[in-house]
Structures are given as C-alpha cells and as structure tokens.
Design a protein around this ligand. Sequence first.
Ligand code: FAD
Ligand code: NAG
Ligand code: NAG
Ligand code: NAG
Length: 504
Amino acid sequence: MQLLTTIATGVLAASLVSAKPAENPGTSSQQIADCLGKKDVPVYWPNSPNFTELAEPFNLRLSYTPYVIVLPETIQHVQDAVLCAAECGIKVQAKSGGHSYASFSSGGKDGSMMIDLQPMQGIELDPATNIVKVGGGVRLGNLAQGVWDQGKRGISHGTCPGVGIGGHFTHGGYGHTSRNWGLALDHIVALDVVLADGSVVHASEVENFKLYWAMRGAAESFGVVCNFYLRTQEAPASVTYFSFQWGDALFKDKQAFTDVFMHIQDFSTNASVVDNRISYGIYLDGIAAYNLGGTFFGSPEEFNSTIMPELLRSIPAPGKIIVQAYEWIPYLKLMSDRDAIEEPLTGYDEHDTFFAKSITVPESEGLARSTLDAFYDYISTPAPTEYFVIINLYGGPGSAINMKDTDFAAYADRDSLWVFQNYGHGDTIREQGSIDFVNGINEAIIEAQPDTHFGAYLNYVDPSYDAETAHELYYGEALYAKLDELKAKYDPKHIFWNPQSIGN
Ligand SMILES: Cc1cc2nc3c(=O)[nH]c(=O)nc-3n(C[C@H](O)[C@H](O)[C@H](O)COP(=O)(O)OP(=O)(O)OC[C@H]3O[C@@H](n4cnc5c(N)ncnc54)[C@H](O)[C@@H]3O)c2cc1C
Ligand SMILES: *[C@@H]1O[C@H](CO)[C@@H](O)[C@H](O)[C@H]1NC(C)=O
Ligand SMILES: *[C@@H]1O[C@H](CO)[C@@H](O)[C@H](O)[C@H]1NC(C)=O
Ligand SMILES: *[C@@H]1O[C@H](CO)[C@@H](O)[C@H](O)[C@H]1NC(C)=O
C-alpha cells in the first residue's frame, strides 16, 4: 500500500493555501495539517497521490472536493481526526462504500473532512453467538461471502456488492430477504462509535441506548461507526428465484397496466398466499420492460402449486417465466448480476451518473386505480433520459420489516406497502430536463392521491430536498424532534454535517 501518512511539510502547506479554505473562514490549512500530523493520522490532501480517486463518489453527477481525506487504520485515528476537525471548524462525514445517491460521504459540499473507512475491513464471526463483528468499511459482497465462509451464515441486505455497510445498514437496507429476516438495520445488535467529542463508546440495547437508537436511522449526524456487531441467520440450503416478464406488452394499454398492478396489490395483501417467506419487486425499464421478480424461502414445487396460480390469476400471461432453486452464494451472485460477489479492498472504481428519488406508500392506503392511471399517463410521455422504476414490496402479511416500530430504532419506514425508486441515469441526467422528468414521476403519483401521506426512503437519499422537507419525508415530525434533541446533546456544534443532517 501507499505511504499513508502525509504530514504537512513546508512544500505541502504552500500548496494547501490554494486548496480553498474559503468554506471554512476560521481555518488555517497549517492548523489542521499540524493537528493531524502531530497525531500521525493517515491523510490525503488534494495534491496527494490517490486523492482524486479516493474522493470520487459512486454518483459522478455530484462530485465534491473534501478538504482532507483521512484513512484511519485504528479507532484512535478516527478519534484524533474528529477532534482536529472540531478544533478547526471543519465538517465531517464518514465514508463506507461511497454509494450515497447524494454523495454525502464526500461531505455533500466542498471542503469537508472525509473519513474513509476503507482500511477497516475486519469480518469476524463468533461461532458461539453467531454475531459477526464487521469493520465500518466493509462492502456488502465481502460481508456476505465472509459470513458464509466462516459459518454458512447469511444477513439481509441489498443486492449490489459494492455498497458499503456504513450507509446501508444505518439507513434501512432492503433486499429480497428483508420481509423474512428484517432490514439490514434490524440485524445491528451493537456499534462502536466515535462521537463528536472524540470519545469512543459501545452502543447497544443495554449500553448508551439513546445513541444506539439514533445511529440506526441517522448515523451520519451522530458519529462514525468503526465496528458493527450483527446477528446473522442460518443461510438456507436453497431459495427459489422467480421472474415474470411481460416485455413491453403492459405499456400499450392503460387498463391492462392498471389492472395488473391492482391485482398484484391485492395478491400482496392476501394472507392466504403471502407470508414472510416471499418478497418481490416490480421493475419497469422505462416503458420497454415490465418484470416482477423476487425470492421465495421454499421450493419451486411449493411456489408453483400455491403461489404462482393466484399471482397470475386474471391477468395477461407473462411472455417469460423463470422459477428456479439456487444455493445461497449462487443466489447472491444472481441477484448482483456478477460472477463473484467479492469486491476489492482498495481501488474500488465503479460509478454511475444519475438522479434518483423514492416514494414510500403507506400500507393502510396502497395505490388507487386513479393513481396508477396517472402514473401510466406520465410515463407514456416521451422521456428525455433513460430511467427505471423499481417498486418493492415492504409490507403485506407477515412482513418482518413492518413488525418493528420507531421505539426500536430511529427509522420511520415501518408501515409501507410499497417503496418506489425512480432512477434516471446516463449523461443526459446532467440536464435539468432529465431531473425534472424523474421528479415528475413522484409528482404524478403524489398529486393523484392528495390525502395520502407519502414519505421517502432514507437509503435513496434525495439531494433535491431542502433539509426541512427531507426530515419530514424521512422521519416525520415526532421522530425528528427526538433526533434533534439528541443531536444537541451528542453533537451540539454540528461536527457531523451534510446538507440534510439532523439539526440543519
Ligand atoms: C448501485 C446501487 C445499488 C443499491 N442497491 C440497494 C438495495 O438493493 N437496497 C437498498 O436498500 N439500497 C440500495 N442502494 C442504496 C444504498 O443502500 C445507499 O446508497 C447506502 O446508504 C450506501 O451505503 P454506503 O456505505 O455505500 O454509502 P456512503 O456514501 O459511504 O455513506 C452514506 C451515508 O452514510 C454515512 N456513513 C457511511 N458510513 C458510516 C459510518 N461508518 N458511520 C457513520 N456514518 C456513515 C455517510 O457519511 C453518508 O452520509 C443501492 C445504491 C446503489 C448506488
Ligand atoms: C414451475 O413453473 C415454471 C413455469 O411454468 C416451470 O418452468 C418450472 O419447471 C416449474 N417447476 C417445477 C418444479 O414444477
Ligand atoms: C386470496 O387467495 C386465495 C387463494 O388463491 C383466493 O381464493 C382468494 O380469492 C384471494 N383473495 C382475494 C381477496 O383476492
Ligand atoms: C492508490 O493508487 C494505487 C494505484 O492506482 C492503488 O494500487 C492503491 O490501492 C491506492 N491506494 C489506496 C489507499 O486507495
């Protein structure tokens, strides 16, 4: 590995003066460099080798230039870095996998301290408790492979192996195991957290409960998680993957489009066919393809005899049907669309250029026919960008996601039936017209059901909201008020900051 410790020398300090301290008027570059240098914290300055690639977020549409990037090898390094940032008035954000839709791990603005947890890659499964201790920089693919290799265990989380534990587990975390095992967040039993005052604390159900509660929903505003302690599940011998593919057939006829979704919605709330063992989402690739795909914790025979007939009853037959059993690791590879789920420990270099947002649909209301008609009308207009919509089932009979409430964690999305992700990608997304189109999908749905209180999903963090709107959509008033109070206690000076952080 590179020489990590770049202590400010006279030469470096000279070039730092031009590294735009404008955002932090009180800060002298020399001051922060001296502070970090004295404590031997491994740092990268804008003119250091590797700075550019370390600063690069997953979403290249929103690239920010950190004031300094810290690559801590010990918890002490994180503590020292936070104290130096506090002393010099620089804002801090941790980076785990860097997949924030808003690039908040790059600070969400120029001139922050990024604490990149890349060197913290430990994965240790305790065979006695089946609890795994995981470093804050571990990516999901390595986590899944690690717990499998060490004990044939599994954990609920999303499908993309490059996503990091740090953002994903502290803001929900949905995969097609979540209706059975809960969200990724629900697996957290304890955390080692560095706080704004530079102290490190262990937070769990029985120690520092309020912090444990707040971190699970708003970690970016309260501290840096250096270690996660997660419960794990026995990985099933096999699961059934299913996919129903209608191609573009359903986009040619509004009534068919709406009828199919209404039937799927009725099916999804029908307790005689749906329980916690099944999960799925609908994927609309623009108006080119309409697929319903997911996972069943049971055999293809059982799926075919008890579930499929009701799912397809009364709707046009899909052009293609796949129902197939997969062993655990092959299943994870299938979900990630990869030959292997392991990711490199340094030098990760995958990116997209996109704008995305979400809608959470309360289970008590679901989507009305007229809303689906409005959705159809909107997506039938020509789109200026390539986009997709994924509508995942969170609720329905037996869902482990919705069995918890806001006393459990600072996570509000416990009563959704559906969660939409509206994602526009490609170079044209830099143009405002493309962003407006994606915003319009949300508006079409929300305006069609004015009496419904729709929210938004924290892991699809939407950079277009002001802080107040974001807080209302992600947390709601009551939950946010509790977080705001805890923020004043744990981080009164707002050291941990992004444009939508708590108290902003
Ligand atoms: C390709 C892709 C696929 C995805 N698939 C899914 C999916 O299947 N299901 C799903 O639910 N979501 C999915 N997501 C969304 C994903 O869950 C979020 O973007 C998630 O927050 C990313 O986590 P990260 O650690 O990579 O992000 P980062 O950008 O590193 O961090 C995100 C936020 O969390 C904070 N943070 C990170 N680590 C820590 C830490 N250790 N301590 C304190 N704060 C921390 C950061 O400061 C930042 O504010 C996907 C995203 C992408 C880009
Ligand atoms: C289940 O149904 C699908 C689609 O008809 C079929 O391809 C598959 O072979 C069936 N599996 C079993 C075990 O019956
Ligand atoms: C629920 O599923 C059962 C079993 O297929 C079916 O008989 C029943 O009509 C369904 N109920 C509704 C309301 O669709
Ligand atoms: C720095 O860059 C080199 C060359 O691309 C790479 O091999 C190395 O892993 C990088 N180091 C870090 C800490 O990312």
